[in-house]
Design a protein around this ligand. Structure first.
Ligand code: OFO
Length: 169
C-alpha cells in the first residue's frame, strides 16, 4: 500500500502530465494556423508522450494499491506569438515539470518508498531528454531569427520526429 502523502503527489503529477498534453495540443493549433506542418508533427509526438507519462503514473499508482483521483485540468495558457516565443514557453514548462517530478521524488524519499524512487528514476531521466530536445529546437530558432527559408528547413526536419511508445518504470 502506498503512503497517503505520496499517493497525493502521484495524483497531482498525473494531472500535470495531462495538463502538459493539453498545453501542447493548444500550442499545436498555432502551428496549424501558420501551416508549419513539421512543427505540428513535433507537437503531435509531444502530446502522445505526455499522455504516455500520465498513463504510466496512473497504472503505477493503481498497481501500488493507491486511490486514483483525477483532478480538473486547467485551461491551457500560452502567450507566445512566434515559434521562438512558444518554444521559450515550452522550455519553461518542461523545467517546471522537472521541478514537479523532483518534488514527487522528495516525498518518496521522505517516506522511504524505494520502489517508488526506482520507478521515478525513469521520469527523472526522461525530463533530462525532454529539456534537451526542446533546448535543441530553441537554439535553432534563435539562429534562424527572421530567415523564413531557414524556418521552413527546420519545419521539414521536425516533420521526421516519430512517436515511440515508452517503456516506463
Ligand atoms: Fe511529461 O514531460 Fe513534458 O511535461
Amino acid at each position: 500500500m502506498i503512503n497517503e502523502k505520496l499517493e497525493k503527489e502521484f495524483n497531482i503529477q498525473i494531472n500535470k502530465e495531462l495538463y502538459s498534453e493539453y498545453l501542447y495540443l493548444a500550442m499545436k493549433t498555432y502551428f496549424m494556423e501558420q501551416n508549419l506542418m513539421g512543427f505540428v508533427n513535433w507537437f503531435d509526438v509531444q502530446v502522445q508522450e505526455e499522455h504516455a507519462h500520465a498513463i504510466g503514473m496512473f497504472n503505477y499508482l493503481n498497481e501500488r494499491g493507491g486511490k486514483i483521483e483525477l483532478l480538473p485540468i486547467d485551461k491551457p495558457e500560452f502567450s507566445g506569438k512566434t515559434p521562438l516565443e512558444i518554444f521559450e514557453e515550452v522550455l519553461k514548462h518542461e523545467q517546471y515539470v522537472t521541478s514537479r517530478i523532483n518534488a514527487v521524488y522528495d516525498v518518496a524519499e521522505e517516506v522511504r518508498d524505494r520502489a517508488a524512487m526506482k520507478f521515478l528514476d525513469w521520469y527523472i531521466d526522461e525530463q533530462v531528454e525532454e529539456e534537451a530536445s526542446v533546448d535543441g529546437v530553441l537554439s535553432t530558432l534563435r539562429l534562424i531569427g527572421d530567415d523564413k527559408n531557414a524556418l521552413l528547413l527546420l519545419d521539414k526536419d521536425l516533420a521526421t520526429r516519430v512517436f515511440t511508445a515508452p517503456v516506463i518504470g
